[in-house]
Design a protein around this ligand. Structure first.
Ligand code: DX5
Ligand code: ZN
Length: 217
């Protein structure tokens, strides 16, 4: 089962609540919530207060992608704000096991994120502690960037490693997704597809989500 997680980074920030409220009727599965701190990535977005504000507007799980230094500091604030899934970058955290444990102890699903230049092997020894791994297919910081094709091979490698360490692992991909790049990622083993620009600039977002999911008509 493929899950689609639209990124509200590409929504109109003057109407974030409206965007979140519409996602369910568009057929989305998760809400992808991009948190940027202006240090780990060269952009700033929103924090726990925004997460708490949109939480009552949807039944969908909130998938919080922490693009921050010292992500362990933000686990409790986002969990308290209603995050269901929290992912942390391997490049930003010195003690991955401890932070993953902290996320699980707080009652959320936990995962790690790999930047495009970070090898899949960097998460091998935490795979058993992860519910999901997010493979970045752009350098994080902005929506609307071009898909980096090496991500497809990384997904395939990760799917093989997961067969050994954690067969239930969800593999999420994020950045430059459209129906074509989604098909490549799904064929390689991705099960959760993030899409920002493609969904929020579409004339018919519901149809776009179906096409990214690979539904045939
Ligand atoms: C990038 C973010 C992505 C981004 C995806 O830093 O993590 O979630 O918003 O946007 P598109 O689909 O426009 O590349
Ligand atoms: Zn993201």
């Amino acid at each position: 089962m493929i899950k689609i997680a639209p990124s509200i980074l590409s929504a109109n920030f003057a109407d974030i609540g409206g965007a979140v409220a519409r996602l369910e009727s568009w057929g989305a599965d998760w809400v992808h919530f991009d948190v940027m701190d202006g240090n780990f990535v060269p952009n700033i977005t929103f924090g726990p207060a925004m997460c708490a504000a949109v939480r009552p507007l949807t039944q969908l799980p909130l998938d919080v992608h922490l693009m921050t230094l010292d992500p362990e500091k933000w686990v409790h604030p986002f969990r308290d704000a209603g995050a269901d899934i929290i992912t942390i970058h391997v490049e930003a955290d010195r003690h991955l096991h401890r932070t993953l444990q902290k996320i699980h102890d707080a009652g959320a699903k936990a995962g790690v994120v790999l930047n495009p230049a970070t090898p899949v092997s960097s998460c091998e020894h935490v795979l058993a502690d992860c519910d999901l791994v997010l493979i970045m297919s752009v350098n994080p910081g902005f929506g609307g960037q071009k898909f980096i094709p090496e991500a497809v091979e990384k997904i395939a490698r990760l799917r093989k490693l997961a067969a050994e360490h954690n067969p239930e692992l969800l593999i999420e991909v994020d950045g430059g997704i459209n129906p074509e790049t989604s098909a490549l990622c799904r064929a390689a083993g991705a099960t959760v597809i993030v899409a920002g620009n493609a969904v929020f600039t579409a004339d018919d977002p519901q149809d776009m989500i179906a096409r990214i999911r690979g539904d045939s008509f």
